[in-house]
Design a protein around this ligand. Structure first.
Ligand code: GLA
Length: 348
C-alpha cells in the first residue's frame, strides 16, 4: 500500500509504503529510504514498533540523527573528509567537526529515492534507486545506487545494496535503524543482551576516526563474543568509551567479507522475549549505543528519546578505509558492481 506521507519545503511529495509478511510489518518512506517503523511480535504475540522514528516529514528533515535511513555514499567517518585515489586528492563535504560523516551534509539519508514495489514468489518488497551526480558531496563519479528491501515469508527483512560508477570512487553503504526491542519510547537498551562474533575492534582518536590499529577485545568492555548485557561495561571508564560517550566503534568481524550473509550480531531483550539476529556479507559492524540522543526528540509513542534509548548495528566496511591501506578496500571502479547484503531476522 502506498500513501502520501508529506511534502518537502520545495513541494516534493514524499510517499510511504506499508509492507507485511511472515509476521513482520514495516513502513518505508521515499525520503532517505527511511524505515519509519518496523513491528514484530513479542513472546505473547503482542506487536511493538522496535525502531526509533518520527510521525512527520518535517521532523526527519529538521532534526533526524539518521533514524531508520539509508546511509551513503560512505557509512561512518572519513578523516578530515579527505582522501587520495589514483593520485588525485578529493575533499568531501565535512559535517562532523573536521570530518565527513555518513556521506556529508546531504547524504543518501536526505535524498528522495525512486521506489518500486514488487512481489516475487512468497517475498514482498521495494526496489529503491538513486543516482548521485559526479561530484555530489565531493565524491568522484556518477554513482548509481540500487537498494532492495525484501520481507520474506519468515518475516526476515533483507537489504541488498548494489552500486556502479563511471569513475573510480569509494563507496560504503549501510542502514541506520535504531533498535529498541522492547518498543520505541520504552526506555533504555541497557538490559538488552548483545553478541558480536569479533575478536578485534578498531580503536579511534578523539574525533572517532580509527587509528588504524586492530585491537583485541579480550579483557576489555568491547568483548561481546559471549552474549552480554549492554549496560554491564558501559560505565567501565575505558578511555575508548569515555571518548565516544559509550560504544560507537567498528567491530572487525571474525568472518571477514563473505559471499553469503553470515551472523554478525544477535540482540535479545529479555523483557519482551524479542530477538534480532543480523547476518551480513560485510566485514565490519558499527555498534553505536545511542550516545547522542539527548532528550530533545519525541517519537511516535509521544516519549522523548534519551541517551541509550536505542542502539544501532550498522553493517559496513571499516570507517575511514580510504585512508588505511590495511583495511579492506572500499574502492569501486567503472565496470565493477558493489554488492552488499544484510538480513535481519526476528526469531521468537
Ligand atoms: C553513527 C556514528 C555515530 C553517530 C550516529 C548518529 O553511528 O558512528 O557517531 O553519528 O551515527 O548520531
Amino acid at each position: 500500500m502506498q500513501e502520501l506521507f508529506g511534502k518537502l519545503a520545495d513541494g516534493t511529495r514524499i510517499h510511504r509504503w506499508s509492507l507485511e509478511n511472515g509476521g513482520t510489518r514495516m513502513k518505508v518512506l521515499s525520503y532517505g529510504g527511511i524505515v519509519q517503523s518496523l513491528e514484530v511480535p513479542d513472546r505473547q504475540g503482542r506487536y511493538a514498533n522496535v525502531t526509533l522514528g518520527f510521525t512527520r516529514i518535517e521532523d526527519y528533515v529538521d532534526a533526524s540523527p539518521y533514524f531508520g535511513a539509508l546511509i551513503g555514499r560512505y557509512g561512518n567517518r572519513i578523516g578530515k573528509g579527505a582522501f587520495t585515489l589514483d593520485g588525485s586528492a578529493y575533499q568531501l563535504s565535512v559535517d562532523d567537526g573536521e570530518n565527513s560523516l555518513h556521506g556529508g551534509e546531504a547524504g543518501f539519508d536526505t535524498v528522495v529515492w525512486d521506489v518500486e514495489p514488487f512481489e516475487r514468489g512468497t517475498d514482498v518488497g521495494l526496489h529503491l534507486s538513486y543516482t548521485s551526480p559526479d561530484g555530489e558531496m565531493g565524491y568522484p563519479g556518477t554513482l548509481t545506487a540500487k537498494v532492495t528491501y525484501t520481507l520474506t515469508a519468515d518475516g526476515d527483512w533483507r537489504i541488498d545494496y548494489e552500486a556502479t560508477t563511471d569513475k573510480p570512487t569509494v563507496v560504503n553503504l549501510t542502514h541506520h535503524a535504531y533498535w529498541n526491542l522492547a518498543g520505541e519510547g520504552s526506555g533504555t537498551i541497557g538490559d538488552h543482551e548483545l553478541a558480536i562474533p569479533a575478536a578485534h575492534f578498531t580503536p579511534t582518536d578523539p574525533g572517532l576516526i580509527p587509528t588504524g590499529e586492530l585491537a583485541p577485545v579480550a579483557g576489555t568492555p568491547f568483548d561481546f563474543r559471549e552474549p552480554k548485557r549492554i549496560g554491564r561495561d558501559l560505565r567501565a571508564g575505558h578511555p575508548q568509551l569515555l571518548a565516544a560517550k559509550g560504544y560507537d566503534h567498528n567491530w572487525v568481524l571474525d568472518k571477514g567479507i563473505t559471499a553469503e550473509p553470515q551472523e554478525v550480531a544477535v540482540l535479545r531483550d529479555p523483557s519482551s522475549g524479542r530477538t534480532l539476529r543480523i547476518a551480513s556479507t560485510e566485514p565490519g559492524l558499527q555498534f553505536y549505543s545511542g550516545n547522542f540522543l539527548d532528550g530533545t526528540l519525541v517519537g511516535p509513542a509521544g516519549r522523548a528519546y534519551r541517551q541509550g534509548d536505542a542502539l544501532c548495528l550498522e553493517t559496513q566496511h571499516y570507517p575511514d578505509s580510504p585512508n588505511h591501506e590495511n583495511f579492506p578496500s572500499t574502492v569501486l571502479r567503472p565496470g565493477q558492481t558493489y554488492r552488499s547484503t544484510t538480513v535481519h531476522s526476528f526469531p521468537t
